[in-house]
Design a protein. Sequence first.
Length: 70
Amino acid sequence: MAKNVKTAAASSVSSPQPETAFAQPDEASIAALAYQLWLAKGCPHGSDQDDWLLAEGILRNRSGEPPILE
């Protein structure tokens, strides 16, 4: 009986749940990278959304998460 419980516990640990398979970047990480990208481009006015989306895409790619296609 104990053998079956041990086997079931081991199999549940080895396969991650779909909702936890990818770690999404948090807003603070995205903001920090977006700021660095903005600085590297010479602080252009009006590029905040582009910088944010680029930073988000970079961080998603690093986490192994598939990109969001729109």
